[in-house]
Design a protein around this ligand. Structure first.
Ligand code: NAD
Length: 467
């Protein structure tokens, strides 16, 4: 672990990573593969340690940890190792006839030293999935896990230097102060996941050095459901997606939009799905998580009176337990409808139909995800064409993350940039244009001065043919 207690420590941490990058070692393919294999070993050798850390930070069950954290990272590593050769090969592109003879191609080169700032809600996956792409692309990495998931942060700080090249990958633990010192440094890329308020701080710091950024942010992800679907099956998928990680998922359905009739019919199915998944007393279910800290717990408890209670139970401040809670007849301007909920409370807001729902969504920030439960092709088409969101899923929620070839990222207030699969490699790479043209025969004489009328006509004709 690299300890940072002053801004000077941040300066030297970045300088040492830059020295490693400048040595060229990280560009070698075998170094990249070695690091990816070592990262995979780190996870597989220490599954118990990492699962225990996630349990301690978020009450996360081992199965959920495998499904949503360790498994995703191992899958990303396996895919990177399998495809690295192809990702690194140069891509030939067509040369227009008038420019012949010549060879043109695109090569991916590493950017340099990348800063990765992770949040607490999926503290392993959201820290390591970007690291996979950064290393595959040949960069040095400074990883800053979240202080709000201290057990996972400590586990990463302890394990990463043992498994990965300590001259190329540093883990810095800390909070806003330490991150602020890091952000004063010049990085070649900054990859931030978290809330939009800090996202703006990160973007402003990056702008000072013209450093490119990915901002993986959040916001309210709506879910629309109509009467054409099997409500029992839909309720199970909705309940799983909403109460996974106790609702602390950036792509969790934040609220439901439905007509009053559909809401009334859906309520019983949602209650049944909650009971089926977590039993009559979710507090004793090993599969149900806890709220990350007391301030988030207090914030969430404040929302519990914002609608008619359909499902709830006793909260427990000692263990920061909030039961799966569903609120119906929630008013459009209730406090719970103002900010991302990020907890196990599911409000239902009444709409008149598709147009009203689309209008409701379109008047707000562009969401990270939008979920539409409908078998009606016209309804699906209307949402696809008339709304903008990071992702749109039909008849499922959160599952877009299980398809590595789909870009994971937001649009507008929900973020900029996207990753997973090759997208992560591309994020941390520069696609460099390469052109090579023999000196003889000279085919470019027509662009050299003096510009005669003949040359002008020739160039005009050629440019029209080129475009
Ligand atoms: P957080 O509090 O852990 O903050 C994220 C990171 O920012 C941490 O590493 C933290 O140390 C750092 N940080 C906090 N304050 C800072 C400051 N003033 N200056 C510099 N750095 C600072 O996590 P969070 O923001 O509460 O995370 C939850 C949010 O993240 C939600 O909005 C959620 O939707 C979003 N999120 C988005 C994604 C995604 O992939 N798009 C994934 C997970 C979470």
């Amino acid at each position: 672990m690299t300890t940072i207690t002053t801004v000077t420590d941040a300066v030297s941490a970045v300088a040492s990573l830059r020295a490693t990058f400048d040595s060229g070692v990280t560009k070698k393919r075998h170094w990249r593969e070695e690091q990816l294999r070592a990262l995979r070993s780190m996870i597989l050798d220490n599954e118990n340690v990492l699962e225990a850390a996630l349990l301690s930070d978020l009450g996360k069950s081992a199965t959920e940890a495998q499904l949503t954290e360790l498994g995703i990272v191992v899958g990303e590593i396996t895919s990177a190792l399998k495809n690295l050769g192809e990702w690194l090969s140069s891509e030939r592109v067509r040369v227009p006839l008038a420019m012949m003879p010549a060879r043109a191609s695109i090569v991916s080169e590493p950017l340099g030293v990348a800063l990765i700032i992770a949040p607490w809600n999926y503290p392993l996956m959201l820290a390591l999935a970007p690291v996979v792409g950064a290393l595959a692309a040949g960069n040095c990495v400074l990883l800053k896990p979240s202080e709000l998931s201290p057990a996972t942060s400590a586990a990463l700080a302890a394990l990463i230097p043992v498994y990965l090249d300590p001259t190329a990958v540093h883990v810095v633990e800390g909070a806003a102060k330490e991150t602020g010192w890091l952000l004063e440094q010049r990085f070649d890329y900054i990859f931030y996941t978290g809330n939009g308020r800090v996202g703006r701080i990160v973007a402003a710091a990056a702008a000072a050095n013209l450093t490119p950024v990915t901002l993986e942010l959040g916001g309210k992800s709506p879910l629309y459901i109509d009467g054409t679907v099997d409500l029992e099956a839909a309720a199970q998928r909705i309940v799983w997606a909403k109460f996974l990680n106790a609702g602390q998922t950036c792509v969790a359905p934040d609220y439901i939009l439905a007509t009053a009739t559909i809401q009334a019919a859906l309520e019983a199915h949602i209650v049944a799905a909650i009971a089926g998944f977590y039993g009559g007393t979710p507090e004793t279910s090993p599969d149900y998580g806890r709220i990350v800290n007391a301030s988030h717990y207090e914030r969430l408890v404040g929302y519990l009176t914002d609608g008619r209670i359909v499902a709830d139970g006793e909260c427990n401040p000692e263990t920061r337990f909030i039961p799966p809670t569903v609120l119906a007849d929630v008013s459009r301007d209730a406090p719970i409808m103002a900010e991302e909920i990020f907890g196990p409370i599911l409000p239902m807001v009444t709409v008149e139909g598709v147009d009203d729902a689309i209008d409701f969504i379109a008047r707000r920030d562009k969401p990270l995800a939008l979920y539409v439960f409908s078998e009606d092709a016209a309804v699906r088409k209307a949402f696809l064409e008339r709304t903008s969101s990071g992702a749109i899923d039909f008849n499922t929620a959160v599952m877009q993350l299980s398809i590595p070839a789909l870009p994971f990222g937001g649009v507008g207030a929900s973020g900029m940039g996207a990753y997973l699969g090759k997208g992560t490699f591309d994020t941390f790479s520069h696609r460099k244009a390469v052109l090579s043209k023999p000196l003889r025969p000279e085919t470019l004489a027509f662009i050299f001065p003096p510009y005669t009328a003949r040359k002008k006509n020739f160039i005009r004709g050629m440019l029209r043919r080129l475009s």
